[in-house]
Design a protein around this ligand. Structure first.
Ligand code: MLT
Length: 211
């Protein structure tokens, strides 16, 4: 299996979609387990630790400055994460997961959606940015996200993600065919109770549609 330190919690309800939990800068594989349980209590949880270290803090790809990404590395690491998910699905016998990513984890999830759409069943992107400045070119063909459900939750007062950037990400994903639900919350970059409540009801509606 592609080598990611990770945690795996088996499903308690076979009908709930598996979640791929992707932490923010400085987090690890334990960070989002609680969030995953709150959002979808019966789901299997697959939670890798980012393999890039920035001053000792785990991340999922390299950046040149805050909000300025090493896009070569974004592409390489997103493909690597895609392989890990595919291998883990075989090892643990789970369906394609819904990604739940926060900040840097949301950005790698967005890159994975654009580069390898089949790896994910959908995504909850918490405080995400556009991960690749020319996503269609990066993929060489236009990504096909036909009907893929995506919940994008942005913070109105987020000092890291400008409103124009999350709007651009929404447009990019929608143009590729994803079913994007974008909400701007009265919040900053950090998560709020509203994120948990909205993510929880969104995932139950996705489950209901899949059933
Ligand atoms: C990133 O580097 O992915 C974004 O700037 C978010 C962050 O991790 O601070």
């Amino acid at each position: 299996m592609t080598d990611f330190i990770h945690r795996y919690e088996p499903a308690r309800d076979a009908g709930s979609p598996p979640l791929l939990l992707l932490h923010g800068t400085g987090g690890d594989e334990n960070d989002l387990l609680g969030l995953g349980q709150m959002i979808s209590p019966g789901s299997a949880l697959l939670s890798p630790r980012g393999r890039v270290l920035e001053h000792g803090m785990p991340r999922f790809f390299r950046r040149l400055a805050e909000g300025v990404f090493d896009e070569e590395d974004v592409r390489r690491r997103a493909l690597e994460l895609g392989e890990f998910v595919t291998d883990a699905r075989t090892q643990y016998g789970v369906a394609a997961p819904v990604a739940v990513g926060f900040s840097n984890g949301a950005n790698i999830a967005a890159a994975l959606l654009l580069l390898k759409p089949d790896v994910l069943a959908g995504a909850i992107l918490l405080r995400a940015m556009v991960p690749l400045s020319d996503a269609p070119k990066a993929n060489l063909v236009k990504p096909n996200l036909a009907g893929k459900p995506v919940l994008l939750l942005s913070g109105q007062a987020d000092p890291i993600v400008p409103a124009s950037n999350s709007a651009k990400l929404e447009a990019l994903l929608s143009e590729a065919g994803a079913r994007v639900d974008h909400k701007v919350l009265l919040a900053g970059h950090q998560l709020s109770q509203a994120d948990v409540t909205l993510a929880r009801s969104w995932i139950s509606s996705v489950e209901a549609k899949a059933a």
